[in-house]
Each structure stands twice: as structure tokens, then as C-alpha cells.
Ligand binder design. Structure first.
Ligand SMILES: O=C(O)CCC(=O)C(=O)O
Length: 281
């Protein structure tokens, strides 16, 4: 079972069949490590999330941050997000999204969570989110379910000062994985509309609801089921920068035309096809 840690020159994995280079990251060596994907999946089931500490090396974190700094400078200190491998081309994040061992890890988690194989054409869909400025506040407490069963979150910059530091907020296992696309659409319309999002945000801010709050550490990898859990990030001071990379994998409705037409707003906005790639025309 392919759990790996991505050091600059080393990948450690407990998968004997994954002794290979980490594509796009220039990695050369693989050694054994624990625990297994099954242990991580069990922890996600039990606690709602799991963490792989120091998933990337300090040098890789610096590379990831250099990319963020470059992008942040062109966005006038306001919120931005970058969707898809092509838009992230050449960056550490695109390299991870293209990494075969990383995909194997997420595939194994998908299998364990759903009992099924992911669609053969499925790719990891990477997203970078950068909260800064007043517009960053509007993107906080935006409670939602992801389209994919497995979500991996890699924090790059997390504020450390002030009352609110952009914690990851999770209500785990709010719903089950559905393979019926129409049922998924209806469930999302009920649980995940503007009114319910505002209500949840209000109740969390007031302390009436008590979700899991994770203080994120840059360089760690946080794994959870984005499909099953209602989640969002807490706000942070608009003068600070909060940058996270998200890796979405395993859409249970990958082949469904209903889901493709009624959901997938982010990909549509970014003008990407349902595999997260620029359509060829
Ligand atoms: O950036 C974060 O911490 C959360 C982002 C998120 O929930 C998502 O895009 O699915």
C-alpha cells in the first residue's frame, strides 16, 4: 500500500511495488516507512482526518513557497486560486499531482473508502488557494463537500499570529459516498446551498456547532474525505497570507453526465474538462 513521504532526494514507501522515482520531483531513492494506507483510511474513518507529518522537505516547502510568492505578487494582495495541472505547470504542486506513487496512495485510499476502483482516466486535480486581503475573508467559512472522495491538503503558508489563523474546519462523515449521481445532486442541493452554508458559518462562529479545528503546519499532508465531510477554512487576518495546495482524487460520479452538467463549477469556471485538463480543440 503506497504511502510515501516526499523528501527532496528520498521517497519512503511501504509499497514494495512502488520503488520508483517520484515523477516531476527529481527523486531518486525509496526506503520503507509505516503506517499503511489501511491505517490512514481507518484513522480517517475514526477521526475524520489523518496527518502525514513533514510530508515534504524544507527545501521542497521553499520551492512551493517561491511559486506562491511569484503568483501572489501578480494578484494585488487579494484572494486567488489556481486550478489544474496545466495552470500550475512546472511547480512543485504540479509535480506532486503528476507523481505516480502519490496517485497510487490516493487510489488506495479511494479503494478503501469506497470499495471500488476509481475511473481509469481519473487524474489528481490540484488546486492552489491563497487567502489574502479582504477578498480572502469572503472565501472563509465557505462550507462545502468536494466532488472527490479523497482530499489531500498541503499547507504552504499558514499565519501564526492573531485570533484566527485559517484553521481547517471539518464536520466529518456528514454523508455517505453515493454512487447514484442524481441522489448526490439532490443531497448537495439540500446540505450545501447558500442558506445552509451561511447558517453553518454563523453557528460555527457563535460556537453553537463544534466541528474539528485543525491548526495546519506547513509541510504536513492532511488527508480526509472531502466528499463525506462538510469543510471550510477559518478566516485569518487580511494582512497575512494563507496558501494551501489541495489534491482532489476519486470522483464517484466521474462517468456521470448528470453530475458533469449539474456540478463541477470550479472546473467549468477554470475552463477545464471533467478530468481537470484544458480541452483540446
Ligand atoms: O484551503 C483550505 O484549507 C480548504 C480548502 C477546501 O476545503 C477545498 O477547496 O476543498
Amino acid at each position: 500500500m503506497p504511502i510515501l513521504r516526499a523528501d527532496q532526494d528520498t521517497i519512503r514507501t511501504n509499497a514494495p511495488n512502488l520503488h520508483m522515482c517520484h515523477e516531476g520531483l527529481g527523486m531518486s531513492e525509496v526506503t520503507a516507512m509505516e503506517p499503511s494506507a489501511a491505517a490512514y483510511a481507518a484513522e480517517i474513518d475514526r477521526k475524520g482526518y489523518t496527518v502525514i507529518e513533514h510530508y515534504i522537505s524544507p527545501e521542497q516547502l521553499e520551492r512551493g513557497r517561491a511559486f506562491i510568492n511569484q503568483q501572489a505578487a501578480t494578484h494585488g494582495h487579494e484572494y486567488f486560486a489556481i486550478h489544474g495541472i496545466e495552470a500550475l505547470g512546472g511547480s512543485l504542486i504540479a509535480g506532486l499531482a503528476l507523481s505516480q506513487p502519490f496517485k497510487e496512495t490516493l487510489t488506495e485510499l479511494y479503494r478503501l473508502q469506497t470499495g471500488r476502483e476509481p475511473a481509469v482516466t481519473e487524474q489528481i486535480f490540484p488546486v492552489i488557494r491563497c487567502l489574502q486581503g479582504r477578498s480572502g475573508l469572503k472565501q472563509s467559512h465557505f462550507y462545502h463537500f468536494d466532488a472527490t472522495a479523497v482530499t489531500a491538503l498541503l499547507p504552504l503558508y499558514i499565519p501564526t499570529e492573531g485570533e484566527h489563523c485559517g484553521d481547517l474546519i471539518i464536520f466529518p462523515s456528514v454523508r455517505r459516498i453515493r454512487f447514484n449521481a442524481l441522489r448526490n445532486v439532490i443531497e448537495k442541493a439540500v446540505l450545501h446551498n447558500t442558506a445552509s452554508q451561511k447558517l453553518v458559518a454563523f453557528a460555527v462562529r457563535r460556537g453553537w456547532l463544534k466541528p474539528i479545528r485543525l491548526k495546519l503546519e506547513p509541510g504536513n499532508l492532511y488527508l480526509f474525505s472531502g466528499y463525506r465531510s462538510l469543510h471550510a477554512n477559518d478566516e485569518c487576518d487580511p494582512a497575512t497570507l494563507r496558501a494551501t495546495a489541495l489534491f482532489h482524487f476519486g470522483n464517484p460520479h466521474h462517468e456521470s453526465l448528470v453530475a458533469r452538467h449539474l456540478l463541477g463549477t470550479n472546473k467549468r469556471k477554470a475552463k477545464l474538462d471533467h478530468n481537470g485538463l484544458k480541452p483540446v480543440n
